[in-house]
Design a protein around this ligand. Structure first.
Ligand SMILES: Cc1cc2nc3c(=O)[nH]c(=O)nc-3n(C[C@H](O)[C@H](O)[C@H](O)COP(=O)(O)O)c2cc1C
Length: 349
């Protein structure tokens, strides 16, 4: 089949693919701009951009500055092309500031999940930016829609449904994660469409879970989705921002190495069983102090590890101390490759 283009608000991409805004520093300007040039939607992950040392005393300013620089870099690489967006996690303590920095930085869309983005339209105001909530149930989608309509007279411009097998933080209970067939994407799509019908909303619906080839994109289009969001399969691209040693960890990993643990974000998170995770699973608390409180829900006195430090360690290639978030399809990441190779397979019939 010929793949359809993806239209969101006044934007259109040749292929129905959004690159997931993976933090920390995986979804950077190089990856997002390469994806846009290949015909997709490219997303910068806004979390964890700031320098740790300066962040100790100037957390909000430091995060804003570094994030704004990354947006500038992406715009320079894109030379006027549209379809650049950002991912902002509701769970971060500087959510409002980062959203406002994104708007000032001229992004085309904002994806927001890891919590319900109920106040997002307030911070966006009348800026011409597409708003895309991430949800994992029809109920969560309805809460977002109802709140946005009532408080801001605004509808989402698209919605991303994250399934129980996807990478990173998961909006499901442990019980549901162990029984993914009870909350599979076809079930969730039906629930979301039902809400769309009741609220008279006609927007693109994207599937996020285990997409790593053209056949996966076609599968979700045939299921009734308008497109997909790709995470794990883009971690081992040349353009992803993390150190090559960390990319190699994903290349070498097998499905059996995956485990779901409780994250300081307050949600389950799917990760590789690397040395840090093994220490955490045996109940050991990593020594750390927290000068900045980057997450609303994290209690540093109780958390077994600092997720910000762990994700920065991944960025640096420090395999002993890094946290390697991953989706169930890690077996598909068998090499480090330019992201264009994925998009080339989407051409033609
Ligand atoms: C390493 C990694 C980092 C992620 N970071 C974020 C993030 O910063 N914000 C977010 O909303 N989702 C994040 N996610 C989830 C992705 O946005 C995406 O929905 C998911 O990875 C899709 O499933 P897949 O990995 O099976 O393709 C992350 C996922 C991974 C694997």
């Amino acid at each position: 089949m010929k793949l359809p283009s993806l239209k969101i608000r006044n934007l259109e991409a040749k292929f129905p693919v959004i690159q997931a805004g993976m933090g920390v520093r995986i979804g950077v300007a190089e990856l997002a701009s390469a994806v846009v040039k290949c015909g997709g939607f490219g997303t910068i992950a806004s979390v964890g951009m700031g320098d740790v040392e300066r962040g100790k005393t100037h957390f909000v300013e430091e995060c804003n500055e570094k994030f704004a620089n990354e947006l500038k870099k992406a715009h320079a690489l894109l030379e006027g092309r549209k379809n650049l967006g950002v991912n902002v996690m509701v769970a971060i303590s500087n959510y409002e500031e980062i959203v406002r920095t994104a708007i000032a930085g001229g992004v085309d869309y904002i994806i927001s999940g890891a919590g319900l983005p109920l106040v997002l339209p307030e911070y966006v105001g009348d800026a011409d930016v597409a708003l895309i909530p991430v949800i994992s149930s029809g109920r969560a989608f309805e809460v977002v829609v109802k709140t946005w309509l009532r408080k801001y007279n605004r509808k989402p411009d698209a919605v991303i449904i994250e399934g129980p097998k996807c990478g990173g933080h998961l909006g499901f209970t442990m019980d549901m994660i162990e029984h993914p067939e009870t909350c599979s994407l076809d079930i969730l799509l039906k629930d979301v469409k039902e809400v769309m019908g009741r609220y008279d909303i006609d927007i693109p619906v994207l599937a996020a879970e285990e997409v790593c080839c053209r056949a996966d994109v076609e599968k979700f289009i045939k299921m009734g989705f308008d497109g997909v969001q790709v995470g794990t399969y883009f971690i081992t691209t040349e353009e992803a921002g993390i150190d090559r040693r960390s990319k190699q960890v994903f290349v070498d990993a097998k499905k059996e190495d995956i485990v779901v643990i409780k994250s300081p974000v307050g949600l389950p998170v799917r990760v590789l069983k690397t040395p840090l995770v093994q220490r955490v699973l045996s109940g050991n608390r990593e020594k750390f102090s927290c000068p900045y409180r980057c997450l609303r829900s994290c209690n540093p006195a109780k958390s077994l590890f600092c997720i910000a430090r762990a994700l920065l360690a991944t960025w640096e290639g420090d395999v002993e101390n890094g946290l390697y978030m991953v989706g169930c399809n890690v077996d598909a990441t068998t090499r480090i490759y330019p992201v264009k190779e994925f998009f080339d397979t989407l051409e033609g019939e």
